[in-house]
Write a protein that binds this ligand. Structure first.
Ligand code: PLP
Length: 412
């Protein structure tokens, strides 16, 4: 992407042009949520202006149109992640709900006392607390994979911890704190030799790399629309059909039944068995438009751009002796997420002073308390990029960090 491409792309994102505290916004909080291009904003607006109806219920024109758009979005998601069938695509509220669905409908149903669940120490609470609950309720054991000094996994530990007792391995494809990209395909292949099912949390990765659930051989794969240019309130659970068919429904109500008698009910076929109640059609429509936008740019370009931004940011941060980066400093197998600490400055102070300069970063535990304990820090600051970011914004971040040090009384 050259400068002209980037300027054109940035014009698609109206929110990026605004001033914050009198300065041009540098939005570097994309791991929390991404911004929406005009095409996504328009798709949602157009749906509400012309097509809104309750899908799968209305015989009338609008009900039919809403159904058509909702199912077209499902097909788009199926193609986006190369699922075998649209029946394997379940719309949820977000990645969190998708993970809870797996934990309840699969974990609570099939785990037995003594069975093991394996996750990494860097999991987001969404992919951690639900497994704690399953382990507690079923008498299972929750085991953690820890990290090497370069924030990668130790393969020997993977082989040691995933055993014949392991029933579930659930791992983020990209850490929302460290940026590490974990070898989920290799882990899935190994876990399958032990008979475990593999859950891939793609909340961070789906927007930054191509997803192919068949190549990964993921049993379940989850992500959120809002982290990939789409609206909030729409997420995706992919599951292999044979597993989804074995699982009981997670929520009960309208749309997910086949027939209801006074004392019993039978349930609808996939995917509707897992979609109780009126769904978020405008969210699905917006997600479909987001997928179109990502495909139009292409992951080759997105990855090349993000690699360049990450390389630049890491090299600039390395010039500041008072900054420590938590995450791989090499560029292999890492995404555009950089957690850091500024010596002598609390991450919240760092983020609020940066905000004063128009630079939006996240500060806190990033929904990863056990990882913070492992890193032995209370919190970190985190800058996360997307293809629409620029080197000038990274310069703003670096200048801002220098200001943070000055504000807090350090000479440099
Ligand atoms: C790795 C990871 N998993 C899961 C989630 C949860 O996503 P959501 O809040 O959209 O459900 C996040 C959110 O930051 C995340 O980074």
């Amino acid at each position: 992407m050259n400068r002209v491409d980037i300027e054109r792309i940035r014009r698609d994102f109206p929110i990026l042009a605004q001033k914050i505290n009198g300065r041009t916004l540098a939005y570097l909080d994309n791991a929390a949520t991404t911004q929406k291009p005009q095409s996504v904003i328009n798709a949602v607006k157009e749906y509400n202006r012309r097509f809104n109806g309750n899908p799968h219920r209305g015989i009338h024109h609008l009900g039919v149109e809403a159904t058509r758009l909702y199912e077209a979005a499902r097909m788009k998601v199926k193609n986006f992640i190369n699922a075998d069938s649209a029946q394997e695509i379940i719309f949820t509220k977000n990645a969190t709900e998708a993970l809870n669905l797996i934990a309840y409908a699969y974990g609570m149903t099939f785990l037995e006392p003594g069975d093991e669940i394996v996750i990494t120490i860097s999991e987001h609470h969404s992919n951690l607390v639900c497994w704690q609950q399953v382990a507690k309720a079923k008498g299972g054991v929750l085991k953690y994979l820890y990290l090497n000094d370069d924030y990668t996994l130790d393969w020997e530990e993977v082989e040691r911890k995933i055993t014949d007792q392991t029933k579930i391995v659930s791992i983020a494809q990209m850490s929302n704190v460290l940026g590490t990209i974990y070898p989920v395909q290799e882990i899935a292949a190994y876990a399958h030799t032990k008979g475990a099912v593999v859950v891939v949390d793609a909340a961070q990765s789906a927007a930054h790399m191509p997803s192919d659930v068949q190549v990964l051989d993921a049993d379940f794969f989850v992500f959120s629309g809002h982290k990939m240019l789409g609206p909030m309130g729409i997420g995706v659970l992919y599951g292999k059909k044979e597993l989804l068919e074995m699982m009981p429904p997670f929520l009960f109500g309208g749309d997910m039944i086949e027939y209801v008698a006074e004392q019993s009910a039978s349930f609808a076929e996939l995917p509707y068995k897992f979609e109780a109640g009126t769904p978020n059609v405008e969210g699905a429509v917006g997600l479909a438009a987001a997928i179109d936008y990502l495909n139009q740019i292409g992951f080759k370009q997105i990855q090349a751009r993000e690699f360049e931004l990450t390389r630049y940011a890491l090299s600039k941060l390395a010039e500041l002796p008072y900054v420590k980066v938590f995450g791989p400093t090499h560029l292999v197998k890492r995404g555009p997420v950089i957690s850091f600490a500024v010596d002598g400055c609390h991450p919240h102070d760092t983020a609020s002073i940066l905000d004063h300069y128009g630079v939006a970063v996240r500060a806190g535990h990033h929904c990863a308390h056990p990882l913070m304990q492992f890193l032995n820090v209370p919190a970190t600051s985190r800058a996360s990029f997307f293809f629409y970011n620029t080197k000038a914004e990274i310069d703003d971040l670096i200048d801002g960090i220098k200001q943070v040090r000055r504000w807090l009384g350090y000479g440099s």
